[in-house]
Design a protein around this ligand. Structure first.
Ligand SMILES: [Zn+2]
Length: 154
């Protein structure tokens, strides 16, 4: 389970890497509402469709998060995703079918998008063309995130 401290450390790291999205709304009465959204991991289906990103502690990473750059985080996340998919938790964002580490006919990939939304997607190689239409207009503010699943071998 990700502790509060881990979650706060991740949020700080995402902030310093410009991965937090912010929405500021002003009402006609002059009220200002500020909302922030952390990056999202689109992992699977059901409750695991959109989850909070795991902390590198989940794999007992030796390297402190504070010393990691974005490529380091991609590598960590790919390792974490490989294990999550071994646990049967991953599904393709586009076609919704379960992905497998052993399916050489239809392999999966992790895709990172850093635009209106900052998010990682699990997707089949062959489904990549379908990603853009499925993410058009997607913003992080209408998406509620499930807790990061606990993997079988952490
Ligand atoms: Zn697919």
């Amino acid at each position: 389970m990700t502790s509060y401290t881990d979650e706060q450390e991740l949020l700080n790291w995402f902030t310093s890497h410009q991965l937090i999205r912010m929405k500021i709304e002003c009402s006609v009465e002059g009220d200002i509402a500020e909302e922030i959204a952390p990056p999202i991991l689109f992992l699977g289906t059901g409750i695991y469709k959109a989850v909070k990103l795991p902390h590198p502690h989940a794999l007992r990473y030796e390297k402190p998060l504070a010393e990691m750059d974005l490529p380091d985080f991609h590598i960590f996340l790919l390792e974490w995703l490989t294990r999550a998919i071994d646990d049967g938790l991953g599904a393709c964002y586009v076609c919704g079918k379960t992905v497998s580490n052993n399916d050489t006919q239809n392999p999966w990939d992790g895709i990172f998008i850093d635009k209106e939304i900052a998010a990682w997607f699990v997707i089949h190689f062959d489904c990549k063309r379908g990603l853009h239409p499925k993410t058009a207009g997607l913003t992080p503010f209408e998406i509620s995130l499930a807790e990061t699943p606990i993997l079988a071998k952490q």
